[in-house]
Design a protein around this ligand. Structure first.
Ligand SMILES: *Cc1c(COP(=O)(O)O)cnc(C)c1O
Length: 377
């Protein structure tokens, strides 16, 4: 097979299904501004996600940026550098200072034992990330937040539909954000949402995403434009119909990876605790060069030579990115730095063939055995 394999591929309805669904929209000529389908998607997502309140956005980043603004965060925010750049940008673009906390070496989420030492009188919130759909230590975070009177916003971009001990992930903290980007488990092409407990936050978010408009002649808030349009909401309604099947297919892919790669020396595979109902969003491996016999970059390049394109999520750490010009990189984040230099996310999407998974794994396994044979001879 000569076809390229990319790290991800969007889940989509059939062309016929989507065009049939947009027909009434086309006839109505009401394309955006929180119309019929927008309301319908909000309603269906509240049900699917098991949350009380939701507000849809043009993308996940604006959802986070405006959630931070709506909750009135100030000063310093404790967060993780092991995430997509969006998390850190959303903090900095709100005029706040990200304070980077190290991560747990097995779950890759924020290390709750290191949060308290970073709290100062300027700290207003914690923004942890359920990275790869792995759930943070939410109980400990809740305890710390209550003790120091901090707000908690979860970046749940990777955790659509995830549950812990049967509890929907979106019910935790003051708010959580989801991303419905084309590359995520559930997509609206581009899109996102804030889910939240306090109903009053909804009016604020609504205004912020709609230019701060209070009524036809009154604008009483400096808002922006971050609305989700009706082509996006209909894509979401179509994709939501198939979400269970798509997640099951992703599970089969991950099961296949695990069967092939479990127990190979030097490769750490993401383990989902039993109490988590996963959405199987990513499959990261962490490669210890000394034990495996080749580095993360070696695997990346070897697979690329077979036209299999992985991603080094998340490398570099967001704290180290050029745009921040060393302003926020003086934190003690050794574990995050180590994992970041060793991690590789392998291709994963619903339609990835199990024979392709075998092929990918065989290439990786061979790198290990080749090196080992050399040591043996
Ligand atoms: C995808 C993603 C976002 C941003 O979502 P968009 O919908 O692409 O704007 C934020 N945080 C994390 C961790 C992400 O992976």
């Amino acid at each position: 097979m000569s076809d390229e394999i990319y790290v991800t591929r969007s889940s989509m309805p059939t062309y016929e299904e989507y065009t049939k669904a947009i027909k009434p929209l086309w006839n109505s000529a009401i394309l955006t501004n929180m119309g019929t389908y927008h309301k319908k998607l909000e309603h269906e997502l509240i049900h699917y996600l098991g949350v009380d309140n939701i507000s849809l956005f043009c993308n996940g980043h604006m959802a986070l940026e405006l959630a931070i603004q709506a909750l009135g965060l100030t000063g310093e925010v404790i967060t993780t550098p092991f995430t997509f750049i969006s998390t850190t940008h959303a903090i900095v673009r709100n005029g706040l200072e990200p304070v980077f906390c190290d991560i747990n070496p097995t779950t890759y989420t924020i290390d709750v034992n290191k949060i308290e030492s970073l709290i100062t009188d300027k700290t207003s919130a914690i923004i942890p990330v359920h990275v790869y759909g792995n759930v943070c230590d939410v109980e400990a975070i809740d305890r710390i937040a209550k003790k120091y009177n901090l707000k908690v916003i979860y970046d749940a971009a990777h955790a659509f539909g995830v549950k812990i001990n049967g509890q929907p992930i979106g019910t935790l903290g003051d708010a959580s954000i989801f991303s419905f980007h084309a590359t995520k488990v559930f997509n609206t092409v581009e899109g996102g949402a804030v889910v939240f407990r306090d109903k009053e936050l909804g009016a604020k978010l609504y205004k912020l995403k709609n230019f701060g408009i209070e009524s036809t002649e009154v604008v009483d808030m400096i808002g922006t434009n971050a609305k989700m349009n009706e082509f996006q909401t209909i894509m979401g309604l179509c994709n939501l119909k198939h979400i269970k099947r798509e997640i099951l297919k992703r599970k089969n892919v991950i099961d296949k990876y695990k069967t092939n790669l479990d127990g190979i020396p030097g490769l750490q595979i993401l383990q989902m605790p039993k109490d988590i109902e996963s959405n199987y969003s990513y499959f990261p491996i962490v490669c210890n060069e000394n034990e495996f016999g080749a580095s993360r970059d070696d695997i990346y390049e070897k697979l690329a030579s077979y036209k299999i394109y992985c991603r080094k999520y998340f490398y570099p750490l967001t704290s180290d990115q050029e745009c921040f010009n060393h302003k926020f990189d003086n934190c003690s984040i050794e574990i995050a730095r180590k994992i970041s230099s060793q991690v590789l996310t392998l291709p994963l999407y619903a339609d990835l063939g199990l024979n392709d998974v075998d092929r990918i794994c065989n290439i990786i396994i061979k790198m290990h055995s080749t090196k080992n044979n050399k040591f043996a001879s």
